[in-house]
Design a protein around this ligand. Structure first.
Ligand code: PLP
Length: 412
């Protein structure tokens, strides 16, 4: 029998497109934690912003809207989403003073994650560059890479409350740059950008005719008196894609509900809207039971307001872990103004480990606390880590004590 000339090729190789794609929030250290749990150890998981396992419930009205409409949710919906959900997002946009949004410019998705992947696929050509923050929420860098583009990271400056360094951003614009990603409020730093910063980014986008991708999934997770300024309100001549959802504002991450608002010069962006329509059609529709809950979710933000008020559970937990972490000699942190995370810095010269990854791995092995190294957020420096402050006070204090004890043991 003649030998098949292709028999030496390994057909079971994964796509080379995945070679540089990372998602360390569920990466090798996460796998190690799962292994330790299987061996009977109790792990304090501070790695993922998933509210439900820590005892946060979605508002009852949201759950009811879904449950009471299950029978009406058995078929595929319109590819952009059911009308009541899209109308509610249009109303939400109006309330935020985003001009000219119609139900044709709103796309409902299975979480913001799907919409990020969909928009990058619809817009990026091979060789296109997208400016992405460093540190970032790593799906952004991954989505650009998966779509054949290049993520060019601009620095968010810890010395300046983690605000984007506009000069650095500007210096990285080339003829290949197609858009800028902003995450505001920010994961992982907890920064909430003042209006001057958002305005400067929008001005830069206007000057170079760039698209702004504005991830605003934490727009209601704000502490103290911090205010969120929606990017799309600054200049209606700039094409802005705004992403929002119910995973964090409504503590309903498992429902997988999100939306995309396209605003600005939409008539010039007709081809992009057509591309988004095509991709939305290809995936048929977002899950319909969740879509039934979006209007209700958007009509009432009392739960998240109460959780983030000075006496609310999220504020109390933020303050607790911030105080504990910043009392550890050799560790510093900018206090988060929004979102669900702390992104502390470790002074590596004072400890006997080499970098954030060694720290994260060893902390897990020795103290059974799972955090994510800064490298997992495409941060350029190797001396940060992210903590999720969703666990209750008892669990968070335990984690803080263990992190302190671990670092005490590694002091030089
Ligand atoms: N964008 C940011 C900044 C996030 O932190 C997350 C999840 O943690 C997402 C998007 C994904 O959200 P969703 O649950 O809507 O897919």
């Amino acid at each position: 029998m003649s030998q098949n000339i292709f028999s030496n090729l390994n057909k079971y190789n994964q796509s080379q497109r995945l070679a540089h794609i990372r998602y360390d929030i569920r990466g090798p250290i996460f796998d190690k934690a799962t292994e330790l749990e299987a061996a009977g150890h109790k792990i304090i998981r501070l790695n993922i912003g998933n509210p439900a396992p820590f005892g946060f419930d979605a508002p009852q009205t949201v759950v009811d809207a879904m449950a009471n409409n299950l029978r009406r949710s058995q078929g595929y919906s319109h590819h952009l989403g059911i009308m009541s959900a899209r109308q509610a997002v249009v109303e939400y946009a109006k309330k935020q003073c985003i001009e000219g949004v119609t139900t044709d410019h709103v796309f409902i998705g299975n979480g913001v994650s799907e919409l990020i992947l969909m928009t990058m696929q619809a817009i990026i050509d091979a060789g296109d560059e997208i400016l992405v923050p460093s540190p970032d929420y790593p799906l952004w860098t991954a989505a650009v890479g998966l779509s054949g583009g290049t993520a060019v990271h601009y620095l968010c400056d810890e010395q300046a409350d983690w605000y984007p360094d506009i000069a650095d951003m500007k210096s990285k614009i080339t003829p290949k740059t197609k858009g800028i990603v902003i995450i505001n409020p920010n994961n992982p730093t907890g920064a909430v950008y003042p209006s001057e910063i958002v305005r400067s980014i929008v001005e830069l986008a206007a000057e170079h005719k760039l698209i702004v991708f504005s991830d605003e999934i934490y727009d209601k997770v704000l502490y103290d008196d911090n205010v969120h300024y929606p990017t799309a309100t600054f200049d209606n001549k700039v094409l802005v894609l705004t992403y929002g959802g119910i995973s964090k504002n409504c503590m309903a991450a498992g429902f997988r509900g999100g939306w995309l608002i396209v605003s600005g010069p939409v008539s010039e962006a007709k081809r992009i809207l057509e591309g988004l329509n095509l991709l939305a059609s290809l995936r048929l529709c977002a899950n319909v039971p969740t879509q039934q809950a979006i209007a209700v979710a958007l009509s009432d933000d009392s739960q998240i307001k109460s959780l983030t008020s000075s006496t609310g559970r999220l504020s109390i937990q933020r303050d607790l872990i911030y105080d504990m972490i910043t009392q550890i000699p050799g560790v510093s942190c900018i206090k988060p103004k929004g979102a669900l995370y702390l992104f502390p810095k470790i002074d590596l010269s004072r400890f006997s480990f080499d970098d954030d990854e060694e720290f994260a791995f060893d902390l897990l092995s020795k103290q059974h606390v799972l955090i994510v190294a800064g490298k997992g957020f495409n941060y350029l420096y190797k001396d940060h880590f992210r903590i999720v402050f969703l666990p209750n006070e008892t669990l968070l204090s335990d984690a803080g004590v263990r992190i302190g004890a671990y670092l005490d043991g590694r002091r030089v």
